[in-house]
Design a protein around this ligand. Structure first.
Ligand SMILES: Nc1ncnc2c1ncn2[C@@H]1O[C@H](COP(=O)(O)OP(=O)(O)OP(=O)(O)O)[C@@H](O)[C@H]1O
Ligand SMILES: [Mg+2]
Length: 568
């Protein structure tokens, strides 16, 4: 009788081992944990703990060929005997060091399982259970990442970056889902929000999933942007050309100085301003409730020229005499309102009468599928101007979308194109005291009912009304270090808390954690670099300006007026 090896004896008992190609580089084994809190993985003695960072992808390979896709959420050192901390061994002796490492002392990972892929299944599903004790854990392979995020080639998907430590592997975002709900880009100042937003907008335009209206506070999206090293990068108008992207401006001189090709200049008539528009500024202007109430009264009594008349010091406002006598409106209130409205005089884009309705113009462009970027020029330095104009335009465009969507009665035909509205400094529009009664709060809350969603960019997500935050479907978050901001980004996302360390440890630039609706599971990416030749080429854009474009730009620089250069 021949000798059975221990391996064969095990096989006699348990049946043959499943033959599967052994993935290389086992990191360790699962030793504990739970679905809600994440799993604990004891690292093998050969695994270099310094090589593992939070945010990395790992795969737990279960007994039945099931794979659990997980994200590393913490890295720790542990020891069998806690006394070893008090009296560490003399590791100058290489023999002792080897004896201790991996047995008496060892590294541990905390990982959060997110998706599970059954053997032979093609679609990963949300995880509802955990792998057994001692299940081996491996780094995710390129194929595995591609399986989850690699749909770049499919229509409506856009390559946004690479997972940590996996150069050359692409993470693609599902843009159709991205615009299905409102979305946000968050992060401290200087972390790359604007660069990331510009890139996402380029994706939305390239994949044609929605038409965009961008309130470009700092003139970074339309014609050109700048890196910290003061290198110029192309804006969306340069990338896609005037047929797809048009630049509107509130400050023609500034736009021209920067070489922007301008399609239209926006002016707003005083007679079009409604009390609601001023109300949107109530906290910035420090308007009391009584003063806000009086705005509506003044509009009613003074008629459509109410703002111009209140600003005109020579106007006796005789219609108000009776009300002042009766005490319907207090003289002090009236004076305060007049003083506060005085701010409007600084805004040259506000004029007594205007010949063209800017809202109509913008809607015309949007209806033709042309994306509109509104540059604020020097008025971007005034939060009041930004909020006034963004509210003014958005309120009217939204009304129009509601009307048209209702008229189409869900038939799809006749429904307006899905519209995404991008705003910076979003917490100023959506703080809890105003989000309930201003247009941006309404749009965030009604989801996509009327084909309008928001794309908000903000460095202080804790300042946004929690109810609005809970409606933000996809959250792209660069580094945040304020505790309240981190909490706000994870609010309403199950298992979010386990990812806190991941977020707090991102690089200070060009790294982001993406959560929510547009990704199958949370992912940390090193974001694609915007502005390189490869990037332009990948968008199908030639690096140099064509002679036609040069001519077109020269012409627009020479021609004094911006209006109607669009048709060239
Ligand atoms: N994806 C990227 N590609 C190229 N450069 C980038 C990228 N992300 C960030 N950068 C660099 O980081 C700098 C800061 O990025 P950005 O202006 O987008 O920050 P921000 O978060 O919008 O800051 P702020 O809150 O002050 O507006 C850029 O000027 C650029 O040099
Ligand atoms: Mg910015």
């Amino acid at each position: 009788m021949d000798e059975r090896t221990p391996e064969q004896e095990l096989e006699d008992f348990f049946g043959p081992r499943p033959v599967e190609p052994e993935p290389v580089g086992q990191l360790g084994i699962v030793v504990g944990g739970s679905l809600s809190e994440g799993l604990v993985v004891k690292l093998d003695r050969s695994t270099v703990i310094e090589g593992l960072a939070v945010g990395r992808y790992v795969v737990v390979r279960g007994q039945t060929g099931r794979r659990f896709f997980s994200i590393v959420t913490d890295v720790q050192l542990d020891a069998l005997n806690p006394l070893i901390q008090k009296s560490p061994p003399d590791t100058r002796d290489p023999f002792l060091a080897r004896v201790y490492a991996g047995t008496a002392v060892f590294g541990q990972l905390e990982i959060s399982p997110m998706l599970v892929l059954d053997k032979d299944a093609s679609e990963p599903k949300p995880v509802k259970t955990v792998p057994a004790h001692f299940t081996p854990v491996y780094p995710a392979s390129e194929e595995e990442v591609a399986l989850i995020f690699g749909e770049e080639e499919k229509e409506g998907f856009f390559h946004i970056g690479e997972p940590l430590e996996m150069e050359g592997t692409h993470v693609a975002l599902d843009l159709e889902r991205f615009v299905e709900r409102s979305a946000g880009v968050f992060g401290k100042t200087g972390t790359g929000k604007t660069f990331l937003t510009r890139m996402l907008l380029a994706g939305l335009i390239k994949e044609n999933v929605a038409v965009n209206l961008v309130f470009d506070m700092h003139n970074e999206y339309g014609w050109k942007g700048q890196t910290e090293a003061r290198q110029e990068v192309k804006g969306l108008r340069q990338l896609f050309g005037g047929g797809e992207v048009s630049v509107f401006t509130l400050d023609e001189a500034s736009s021209r100085r920067r070489g922007s090709k301008v399609d239209a200049v926006v002016r707003i008539g005083y007679d079009h301003i409604q009390p609601e528009d001023v109300d949107s500024l109530s906290s910035l202007m420090a308007l009391s409730d009584v003063q806000v109430g009086s705005l509506y009264f003044l509009r009613r009594v003074l008629g459509r020229d109410w703002v111009a008349r209140l600003l005109d010091e020579s106007d006796p406002l005789t219609e108000l005499d009776a009300s002042l006598d009766r005490g319907t409106i207090h003289g002090g209130t009236l004076g305060a309102i007049q003083r506060k409205l005085g701010m409007f005089r600084r805004f040259d884009f506000l004029q007594e009468r205007v010949s063209q309705d800017p809202v109509r113009q913008i809607l015309d462009y949007l209806d033709r599928g042309r994306n509109v970027i509104l540059e604020f020029g020097r008025y971007g330095n005034s939060l009041e101007a930004y909020i006034l104009v963004a509210n003014y335009i958005t309120r009217r465009i939204h009304d129009h979308y509601v009307e048209r969507t209702e008229a189409a009665l869900g038939t799809r035909e006749g429904e307006p194109r899905p519209l995404v509205i991008t705003i910076e400094e979003a917490h100023k529009f959506l703080d809890p005291t105003i989000a309930r009664h201003t247009i941006f709060g309404t749009i965030a809350r009604e989801l996509r009912k009327y084909n309008v969603t928001l794309f908000i960019v903000d460095q202080r997500p804790s300042g946004i009304d929690p109810e609005v935050m809970s409606q933000i479907g996809t959250r792209v978050t660069c580094l945040l270090d304020d505790e309240a901001d981190i909490r706000a980004v994870f609010s309403g996302i199950s298992g979010g808390a386990t990812l806190r360390q991941v977020l707090a440890r991102l690089d200070t630039q060009q790294q982001a954690l993406i959560l929510g609706h547009a990704v199958p599971m949370p992912v940390v990416v090193k974001t694609r670099t915007y502005g390189t030749e490869e990037f332009y080429a990948a968008l199908g854009i030639q690096e140099t300006e064509s002679p036609d474009e040069m001519l077109e730009r020269g012409r627009s620089l020479l021609s004094g007026s911006a209006e109607d250069t669009a048709g060239i």
